[in-house]
Design a protein around this ligand. Structure first.
Ligand SMILES: Cc1cc2nc3c(=O)[nH]c(=O)nc-3n(C[C@H](O)[C@H](O)[C@H](O)COP(=O)(O)OP(=O)(O)OC[C@H]3O[C@@H](n4cnc5c(N)ncnc54)[C@H](O)[C@@H]3O)c2cc1C
Length: 395
C-alpha cells in the first residue's frame, strides 16, 4: 500500500487512515514518557507520505493544499504530535515547490532525497533571545564566510521533529552584511548537535529539542535565501497548523460521545448521552467543528484556485483561519472534558492529553496577538476603499 500509486484521493485517505490506526494506540504511552514516535515516521515513510507535496515537475505528486490539510487532519486525530511534526515538513516542501525562491539545483537534490529516501526537513527559526521569529526578532545565530564555505554558530529552540530530521533550514545573521539568511544544513555535517531539552507539557512527542550549531562548515550554496526585512509572504502551507488542532478537536468529540454512550451512573436510567445537558454540549462541539472545518477547507480551496497575485492578498484570511480554528479547538476540548466530567482528568483518558496539546496551537504561528491587529487594519482599509469607490460612483 503506497500513497503515490493510489488511484483516487478517497483511496489515499483510506490507506492513510489504516496506517495511522496504530498511531492512536501508541500516543498515550509516548506522551507519558515524552518519547518521540519513531515508529509513526517509519510507517509514514513506508507509504511514501513525506513525498506527496513534492511538485509534479520534480517527479512528485504535487498534491493540493486542500488534500494536504485533509491528510494532516487524519494524522493529527490519531496523534497530534506526529501530525504537527510531519506537517512542518509537508508544508515546507509544498511552499518551496510553489514559490521560486531557492536555486533549482538545490531544490532538485532536496526533492530527490525526499522522494527516494523519505528525507525530512524543518525550519529552525526560533531562539531563546528572539522569541517567535514572526515578531521580527533578529537571530543570534551567525554565519561567516570563509573562502567558499559558510561557518555557522548558534542555538535554535523548538526544533520540532529533531530526532528524525535530515535537513535543518536555519536562519542566521550574515556577519559581513547583517542580512538574515536561511541556510540548508544536512544533519550529517560536523558540529550539528541535538540537545534533548524538550520539556513542554503539550505536544510532548514532537521532539522539539534545541539544535546546536558549533562551527558548522557548509558549502556556498547552503545559503538558500536572504530574508527581506519586514516582508511577510502569504503562506497557505501554514494552514497545516489549524488542520492539526482540528484533528485533535475531532478526536476529543469522538471520545466524549463514546464516553457518554457508555457511562451510566445509577442516578439515571440509561447512559448520560440521553441527558439534555450533555446533548447541549455535544451540539455546541458540533457547531464549533462544522464552522472550523468549513472555514479551513474553503480558504484552502480558495488558495488552490488562486493565482500568485490573488494569493498575495490572502494573509489576513489565512491568519483568521489559524486564529479561529485553533481557538475553536481549545473550546471543543474544554466542552468534551465537561461532558466526561472528572473522568477527563484521569491519565487513562486521552482528553487530558488533548487538553494539553491544543494549548500549543495558541503559540504556533501566526499568534492571535499578531493577527487581530492585522484584521483590524484590513477591515479599516477595506472600508476606506469602499467609501472612496462609492464617492466616485456618486460623482
Ligand atoms: C509545539 C511547538 C512546536 C514548534 N515548532 C517550531 C519549529 O519547528 N521551528 C521553529 O522555528 N519554531 C517552532 N516553534 C516555536 C514557535 O514558532 C514560537 O516561536 C514559540 O512558540 C514562541 O512563541 P511566543 O509567541 O510564545 O514567544 P514570544 O515571542 O517570546 O512571546 C511571548 C509573549 O510575549 C509577548 N511578546 C513578545 N514579543 C512581542 C512583540 N514584539 N510584540 C508584541 N508582543 C510580544 C507576547 O504577548 C507573547 O505572548 C514551536 C512552538 C511550539 C509550541
Amino acid at each position: 500500500m503506497d500513497l503515490t500509486t493510489a488511484k483516487t484521493f478517497e483511496e489515499s485517505l483510506h490507506i492513510l487512515t489504516n496506517t495511522v490506526a496504530s498511531f492512536s494506540e501508541r500516543a498515550a504511552q509516548n506522551d507519558l514518557e515524552g518519547r518521540f514516535p519513531f515508529e509513526n515516521f517509519a510507517d509514514l515513510r513506508k507509504i511514501n507520505y513525506p513525498s506527496l507535496t513534492v511538485p509534479k515537475e520534480y517527479g512528485g505528486q504535487g498534491i493540493s493544499l486542500y488534500e494536504l490539510l485533509r491528510y494532516q487532519e487524519v494524522i493529527s486525530k490519531a496523534d497530534g504530535s506526529t501530525g504537527l511534526s510531519i506537517g512542518w515538513h509537508m508544508g515546507i516542501i509544498q511552499d518551496l515547490g510553489e514559490t521560486d525562491r531557492w536555486k533549482d539545483s538545490v531544490l532538485k537534490s532536496l526533492f530527490d532525497d525526499v522522494k527516494e529516501n523519505g528525507a525530512l526537513i524543518n525550519n529552525c527559526a526560533t531562539e531563546k533571545q528572539t522569541g517567535s521569529p514572526t515578531r521580527g526578532g533578529k537571530p543570534a545565530t551567525t554565519s561567516k564566510k570563509e573562502g567558499r564555505h559558510w561557518v555557522i554558530n548558534g542555538r535554535k529552540t523548538f526544533t520540532t521533529m529533531a530526532p528524525v530530521l535530515d535537513y535543518f533550514n536555519v536562519t542566521a545573521v550574515i556577519k559581513e552584511t547583517e542580512e538574515i539568511g536561511c541556510f540548508l544544513i544536512p544533519k550529517s555535517k560536523a558540529g550539528v548537535e541535538i540537545e534533548e531539552t524538550w520539556d513542554s507539557v503539550a505536544m510532548k512527542s514532537t521532539g522539539s529539542h534545541d539544535l546546536i550549531l558549533n562551527d558548522v562548515k557548509v558549502e556556498e550554496d547552503a545559503l538558500v535565501e536572504i530574508l527581506e526585512p519586514g516582508q511577510k509572504r502569504a503562506s497557505g502551507w501554514l494552514l497545516h497548523i489549524p488542520a492539526c488542532y482540528l484533528g485533535i478537536a475531532q478526536a476529543a468529540q469522538d471520545y466524549a460521545i463514546s464516553f457518554a454512550k457508555e457511562y451510566s451512573p445509577n442516578s439515571i436510567n440509561g447512559p448520560i448521552i440521553e441527558l439534555p445537558n450533555v446533548k447541549q454540549k455535544i451540539g455546541q462541539i458540533e457547531l464549533e467543528l462544522v464552522r472550523a472545518r468549513h472555514f479551513l477547507y474553503s480558504v484552502a480551496k480558495k488558495w488552490d484556485e488562486s493565482n500568485e497575485d490573488e494569493r498575495s492578498k490572502m494573509t489576513p484570511e489565512l491568519g483568521a483561519v489559524k486564529v479561529a480554528v485553533t481557538n475553536s479547538a481549545v473550546t471543543i476540548v474544554d466542552l468534551a472534558m465537561r461532558v466526561a466530567g472528572a473522568h477527563s482528568l484521569s491519565e487513562k483518558t486521552p482528553l487530558q492529553r488533548y487538553y494539553r496539546d491544543v494549548r500549543a496551537g495558541l503559540h504556533n504561528p501566526p499568534m492571535d496577538d499578531m493577527i487581530l491587529p492585522l484584521l483590524a487594519e484590513s477591515a479599516i482599509e477595506n472600508q476606506t476603499l469602499e467609501k472612496n469607490l462609492s464617492e466616485q460612483v456618486i460623482k
